[in-house]
Write a protein that binds this ligand. Structure first.
Ligand SMILES: [Zn+2]
Ligand SMILES: [Zn+2]
Ligand SMILES: [Zn+2]
Length: 338
């Protein structure tokens, strides 16, 4: 993600800031200019309606008919402000969701609310005991997120129970929206669908049965030679969503490396390449080899930093060649599109 600066005093701002720590200017994120701005300095802007509840810090043009920003306009079901416990959980989830939407805009993906178009996207934030008996997941553009996901203790418990190396709110959002964009890239497009199948296998196998088999038997031995996670082995759609989420992790972390000016000046690297490089802006690079090599150097350095602090690895994954090819295929979808 970009490192933003205050429109008044130019101090660094985090994406979640709604005022400048240094000069106290009230600021918000304008997705159109991809910058932080102030309604005092730019009177053509208004805050998203969810700013009232401290759920959102995004700005939109005053002329826009919508009360909500691009991220909040996708919401369909959210907890009532009187339901304080669930409301606070929703707030935490929105932090991750706004980061997701930032990146989807960067990738120029369509973000049409289902409320306006049946083919669009809707986010339903539901409590665990919802009437529909729904779980976190995706169905036909509707991303359901259980509010309990925002509970850090429950999430860690789930992570251990599900035998996962990594479980975060942002990871959830990236995974679930991946199912939606699968339809965008491959429904009604037989040539790209054939290409998809050559990397991820045939998705026409029974989805329900495949998941049941996975939950009964777990991942096959040596799953790590072909998949990014155990869960990715359950069905080609899940492999896609897991790999897609990884693609977004890689692009976002490398963009952050680029924005913070991280450079590597080691004498020798494992990759027989330029020993000196500054992290690139991955959204401007067509060759995924470069993105991947830089990302590997970056994440291994950050993993080492974390270990110095006694923390778990930021990126606890190893990418085997078949997964690299899947990631490369995902990147090619954007390159060929633009
Ligand atoms: Zn400032
Ligand atoms: Zn908003
Ligand atoms: Zn999934």
């Amino acid at each position: 993600m970009k490192i933003f600066s205050c429109p008044k005093c130019k101090s660094d701002l985090f994406f979640e800031n709604s005022s400048c720590v240094k000069c106290h200017e009230k600021v918000g994120y304008n997705a159109i200019s991809d910058a932080f701005e102030s309604t005092r300095l730019n009177r053509n802007l208004k805050f998203c309606e969810n700013k009232k509840y401290a759920v959102c810090n995004w700005l939109l043009p005053k002329t826009d008919n919508s009360k909500f920003c691009k991220a909040c306009a996708l919401n369909r079901k959210v907890p009532h402000a009187n339901d304080i416990e669930n409301f606070n959980k929703w707030k935490k989830l929105e932090i991750a969701k706004h980061r997701l939407i930032y990146q989807l805009i960067k990738l120029k993906l369509p973000l049409v609310p289902k409320l306006d178009d049946d083919e669009g996207i809707a986010f339903d934030f539901l409590s665990k005991d919802n009437k529909e008996n729904k779980l976190t997941g995706h169905s036909n553009g509707v991303v359901t997120i259980l509010l309990t996901e925002a509970d850090a203790v429950a999430r860690e418990q789930n992570r251990v129970e599900m035998n996962e190396r990594y479980r975060t709110l942002l990871g959830h959002f990236r995974h679930e929206i991946g199912h939606y964009y699968w339809m965008y890239f491959f429904n009604n497009n037989s040539s790209s669908l054939n290409a998809f199948r050559s990397f991820f296998n045939d998705e026409r196998q029974d989805y329900g049965k495949a998941l049941q088999t996975y939950y009964n038997n777990g991942a096959p031995k040596n799953w790590n030679l072909n998949y990014i996670s155990k869960y990715a082995t359950s069905h080609p759609w899940e492999d896609w969503a897991e790999t897609w989420a990884h693609y977004l992790h890689i692009m976002d972390t490398l963009e952050t490396g680029n924005q913070t000016g991280i450079a590597f000046t080691r004498e020798k690297t494992d990759f027989n390449e330029e020993p000196v490089f500054k992290c690139s802006n991955p959204y401007l690079i067509s060759d995924f080899n470069i993105i991947f090599k830089e990302s590997t150097t970056l994440t291994s350095a950050v993993n080492s930093l974390n270990r110095s602090m006694g923390l778990p690895d930021v990126y606890p994954f190893i990418v085997p060649q078949p997964v690299f090819k899947k990631l490369n295929f995902i990147h090619s979808l954007f390159i060929n599109k633009s």
